[in-house]
Design a protein around this ligand. Structure first.
Ligand SMILES: CC(C)(COP(=O)(O)OP(=O)(O)OC[C@H]1O[C@@H](n2cnc3c(N)ncnc32)[C@H](O)[C@@H]1OP(=O)(O)O)[C@@H](O)C(=O)NCCC(=O)NCCS
Length: 210
């Protein structure tokens, strides 16, 4: 099996470890994270910090996966890995459904029971979380995160580093900007500008609700 190292030993990193095991293609050699090296709860073996990457590369580990939940940090780590010539596979859980024409880029993650529709596209480091659906022609930007149970209708565009909170729905043809936060359980029925924080059904800017 191909050796791979996971960057990020938190909850998201453990989810990624289980997904990799389910694929049966890669062998996880360990995690890189801050703090003391050693074995942590959940069978997480922290080898050291990111500064270990060149040594791992020398030892023949050429695959890595950025597995931190914070979108901007995940993008930064992914870009660092590119500069170090680490290969970053796309990871798709065996129970996910991918339309034949869907495209999932390097470092992107499709979790269990998620659905990626016809001609939908996931940019690098995007996360489509458990049971989330993106319908045809959806365009998920770099390092965005569509949380568990979301439903995005056809032709929805999501900007870079945007978080769509758990269980949200998005109407067809909607464009959501970059660095947006959409609260859990929201219904998005209008386009959303870069950097906005919105929540509710229909989703409105946080702080401006009566
Ligand atoms: C939207 C969100 C980011 C706001 O977090 P926050 O800045 O800590 O805001 P607070 O919890 O202090 O709430 C601020 C106000 O917004 C309201 N609010 C917060 N989240 C809301 C939501 N999802 N829907 C509707 N209203 C919401 C609160 O009731 C509060 O209203 P008030 O001022 O009238 O009392 C957060 O609540 C949220 O929904 N995050 C999504 C998390 C998620 O799904 N992560 C994916 C994990 S896999």
């Amino acid at each position: 099996m191909t050796p791979i190292v996971i960057l990020g030993a938190g909850g998201h990193g453990r989810v990624v470890q289980e997904l990799i095991r389910a694929l049966g293609i890669y062998e996880v050699v360990g995690f890189l994270d801050r703090g003391e090296p050693g074995l942590r709860p959940g069978g997480v073996r922290v080898l050291g910090g990111d500064d270990m990457l060149p040594e791992l590369h020398r030892q023949g580990v050429r695959h890595a996966f950025a597995a931190v939940g914070a979108n901007a940090l995940r993008e930064r780590i992914g870009n660092d890995l590119r500069r170090m010539d680490m290969e970053q596979p796309s990871l798709v859980h065996p129970t996910a459904f991918l339309a034949p024409s869907a495209r999932v880029s390097e470092g992107a993650l499709v979790m269990a029971r998620a659905v990626v529709g016809t001609d939908a596209r996931l940019a690098p480091f995007a996360i489509l979380n458990t049971g989330a659906i993106v319908d045809h022609d959806a365009d998920l930007g770099i390092a965005c995160h569509v949380a568990p149970g979301c439903a995005l209708a056809g032709n929805v565009t999501v900007g870079a580093r945007t978080l769509i909170g758990v269980g949200s729905s998005v109407r067809p043809e909607i464009t959501i900007g970059a660095d947006v936060v959409i609260g859990a359980g929201s219904a998005v029925v209008r386009d959303i500008e870069d950097g906005a924080r919105v929540a509710g059904a229909p989703a409105r800017p946080l702080g401006s609700r009566s």
